[in-house]
Design a protein around this ligand. Sequence first.
Ligand code: AMO
Length: 444
Amino acid sequence: MRNKKDKDDGMLEVIRKYTAEIGDSDIGKTVKLYGWVHEIRDHGGIVFVILRDREGFIQVTVPRKKVDTDVFKTVKKVHRESVIEVIGTVKAEPKAPGGYEIVPQKFVILNEADAPLPLDVAEKVPAELDTRLDHRYLDLRKPKIQAIFRIRHCVLKSVREFLCEEGFIEVNTPKIVSTATEGGTELFPISYFEKEAFLNQSPQLYKQVLMAAGLERVFEIGPIFRAEEHNTVRHLNEAVSIDIEASFIDHEGVMNILERLIKRVYEDVSESCSRYLKWLGIELETPKIPFKRLSYDEALNIAERKGESIPWGEDISTPALKLISEDMPEFYFIVDWPTKSKPFYAMPYKDKPEICKSFDLMKGYIELASGAQRIHVYNLLVKRIEECGMSIDSFGFYIESFRYGMPPHAGWGLGADRLLMAMLNLKNIREGVLFPRDRNRLVP
Ligand code: AMO
């Protein structure tokens, strides 16, 4: 383990280090490194091996005259991407990447990699995204790609910390369900013994039921499944959603939580991932809050002015959003949507029931989150379900919870993959997903 003294063959007591940990204080000392053979430069009497671990690179310099014969023989036959253990002396070497080199006393091939490689990890030959995803385990060995997932980890950690501090309890709800929650996208049917079942589109119904349960503030970070027909750079068939639900609060209240969360995540990533942002060449700017609230009507007007007209009541199309984003390239909310354009659970305004207390959080033309104050009144909910052409029979467990003390409540769902895409300017949402699922991709 890292920084623990490992006994090695009962002979040497060496500390295992990551490449990035090697510093001036190690010069002249013996260290142990584990990693992969990133590059081999064989000059006959001297071989340079670049060892890569999850933190970076280091040069292992192997001069025939100065190392054990077995060590030299092993280095001569090793293939790129083999897993190795190196024990050696640290030397300062200004010409080596990072400024240090290791001269090995021991060079062990823990597992030899076959040649040729299906994907070039050293990126001398660029590969298409599809090829990279087909061999994702190799693609992920690239430091830049790992940086994306180190940042993703930090985003989720930051979200958890923030929501816990705000009094939210983390929950896990079922992903095998019997009903739809979101109109507009199809469900994936699955075979569930003798019953019909589906993969959940959203934890929506469960998080609302948990309000009736009196948990007051819950959040879930989990998969959502959408049988999206289209194959775009921002749609997945399995996505990760960060969902919250809170009682005794309205849509404005949860929008305030959402914008503060976004700001906090940017701050945390800037602070703890500066190394990885640098690898990606990204300078992250923490957004200023509050974000602008643009009404649905205003959004339609901007699009109209720019030549794209949307009939009132319809969802705002991607071309229209692209035009709107010319004026609004950063974070903003689109609020006060037509009731008929949003799912049945969104609360209509009392004095203007054709619009509802719902919002989308946008970054440029990409929707990152949507949410609303919910209907908590039983009769109104039944009416809305029926107006949306659905039968209340399929909502049994959900509907019942509104009859016996459901508090007023609101919430939102924030796409984790979309947030990462926006934060890191990823051209394709799949770049930020380990093993994406889309229309054409079911493996790996
Ligand atoms: P909605 O359907 O807008 O709302 O989803 C919430 C957020 O989840 C992300 N998302 C997706 N990301 C990638 N690929 C997809 N196919 C995909 N579908 C959705 C988006 C989106 O903004 N129940 C409501 C939320 C709520 O009101 O609490 C819901 O699911 O970032």
